[in-house]
Design a protein around this ligand. Structure first.
Ligand code: 5AD
Ligand code: SF4
Length: 487
């Protein structure tokens, strides 16, 4: 009971976070900020190690873009790098421990090569405890910069060359959205596009609103311009990225996420539009209808549920009930009968009883997700859930996780088995990682498909008949090289 009271105080404090406030937004141009740095990386190499979500992966593409503009070249071998950067995640504790382990192991390399610049950025850098720990225990780190300071990387590299001390550049709050950042995208077919930064939801277990700040949307015209540019470069698929994509535009008050999807759907040359992550809160009927109507917008929705129990959902501050979520799934499936639904689930949240966990299992059985990312609750310093009593013992958490994974695997396998002998549309991404004679692609519903085919099919949408469904992927045979062929 005391936990619930604490939560109510907390949600009241955060109350106005849920109310949109209009923002006069002017974007800042990166070119104007970075013009003085020049080619300080000429002849030098960089190595970036990325942890966490797709946002971080995309931030890495941006930082690689900036470094390459400064003359640096990438190397897969950190031993020969002049700059090693850890782009970190703070969502769970074990990822943080790994980063400190790696930084510890780099001390001898740094001693041998004092010119080497070591950097730490991303969500961990936003945490006061991490900044203090670096200053006290890992002083051989040269630069620590936060999620709002990405665009300052050239300037920080310049300062680090002339400084003996760790440079900390961590803004607690976000500044203006910076446009025209260079990006070094890994492949030529699929591209990530940021549409929104930050999160206003304050789920009680989650550190993201503290590390990424409040929700800020990019202007619709800036996003569409980037998508058009990607289409002109030959990209076929874009994934619109944000912590809560369906809150896109709330801060701007001029348009919403459905409007953005409809605008991207008009861009010629783009075959598929994905988006992640959605939140059940504010997933409107207008949005459902828009996804169903826009032929390029894929029918795959990643819709984190976190728990199937109302008490736990309330204590997580998720803002919806089990019944609301199930009704939303019903409305989505009524509009898109073949939609693929995936989710995130946390087990062992403080105070979660066996009965409450069984409610999660029963929700999973009822929805029948195509896939789920499953996590053991990890206490994060500064989040309200760390104050909740009755942490669930680790052995019990592990046991619940395994039961959940077993159930989800069974369901994923059953759903994939239904694909046998079906002909599916596959966007070919490249050769399979394990066998260069096999091509890998994805269905609109984001299922991985492996099949034999010539390399020149990469970047095309082809028809594949599924012969061997498995839990995590589908194996098949090429039927036709164009998507127009009737089946
Ligand atoms: N412990 C465990 N899982 C977490 N997530 C976020 N914070 C925590 C935490 N403290 C999970 C949620 C979220 C996903 C990205 O990570 O399921 O949707
Ligand atoms: Fe974290 Fe909740 Fe925001 Fe997702 S919606 S980033 S879980 S606070």
């Amino acid at each position: 009971m005391s936990d619930l009271l604490q939560l109510e105080d907390f949600t009241q404090q955060q109350g106005d976070m849920h109310r949109p406030t209009p923002v006069e937004r002017e974007s800042v141009d990166y070119r104007a900020l970075a013009k003085n740095v020049g080619q300080i990386g000429e002849g030098k190499k960089y190595h970036i190690k990325t942890y966490g979500c797709q946002m971080n992966e995309h931030d890495t593409e941006i930082m690689a873009g900036m470094l390459e503009e400064m003359g640096y070249k990438s190397t897969p071998n950190h031993e020969e790098a002049d700059f090693i950067l850890f782009n970190t995640c703070a969502v769970r504790e074990n990822a943080e421990d790994k980063v400190f382990g790696e930084i510890g192991r780099l001390k001898p390399l740094k001693n041998r090569n004092p010119e080497l610049i070591l950097g730490l950025c991303g969500c961990m850098a936003q945490e006061k405890v991490v900044q203090e720990l670096v200053a006290k225990t890992y002083p051989w780190v040269d630069i620590v910069f936060g999620t709002h300071n990405l665009h300052q990387l050239p300037e920080l590299m310049d300062r680090a060359r002339n400084s003996q001390e760790t440079i900390f550049e961590v803004w607690e709050k976000a500044g203006d959205v910076v446009e025209n950042l260079p990006k070094l995208r890994k492949e030529g077919i699929r591209a990530w596009v940021n549409i929104q930064y930050g999160c206003n939801k304050f789920c009680t277990y989650c550190i993201v609103p503290y590390t990424r700040g409040r929700e800020r949307s990019r202007l619709l015209e800036d996003v569409v311009a980037e998508v058009k540019e990607l289409a002109a470069q030959g990209y076929k698929e874009i994934t619109l990225l944000g912590q809560n994509v369906n809150d896109y535009g709330i801060d701007l008050k001029a348009y919403d996420f459905a409007d953005l999807l409809a605008a991207c759907n008009e861009v010629e040359g783009i075959e598929r539009i994905r988006f992640t992550t959605s939140n059940p809160w504010n997933f409107t009927d207008k949005l459902i209808q828009t996804i169903a109507r826009c032929e390029k917008v894929v029918e795959h929705i990643h819709l984190p549920v976190q728990s199937g129990d109302n008490t736990i959902l309330r204590r997580m501050n998720r803002g919806y009930t089990r019944e609301f979520y199930l009704d939303l799934v019903k409305r989505i499936r009524a509009a898109m009968p073949n939609v693929s639904l995936t989710t995130d689930i946390i087990v062992g949240f403080p105070g979660e009883t066996e009965e409450q966990f069984l409610n999660t299992l029963s929700l999973v059985e009822e929805v029948r997700f195509d896939g789920a990312y499953t996590f053991i609750y990890s206490p994060r310093a500064g989040t309200p859930a760390t104050r909740f009593k009755e942490q669930v013992p680790e052995a019990e958490q592990k046991n619940r996780l395994q039961r959940l994974i077993d159930l989800q695997n069974e369901i994923s396998r059953e759903i994939n088995d239904l694909m046998k002998n079906q002909i599916l549309e596959v966007l070919v991404e490249g050769e399979s990682k394990t066998n260069s004679e096999v091509l890998q692609g994805r269905t609109p519903t984001n299922k991985i498909v492996l099949f034999q085919g010539a390399r020149d099919l990469v970047g095309k949408v082809v028809q594949v008949v599924i012969t061997e469904p498995q839990t995590w992927l589908l194996k098949g045979k090429l039927v036709s090289e164009t998507k127009e062929v009737a089946v």
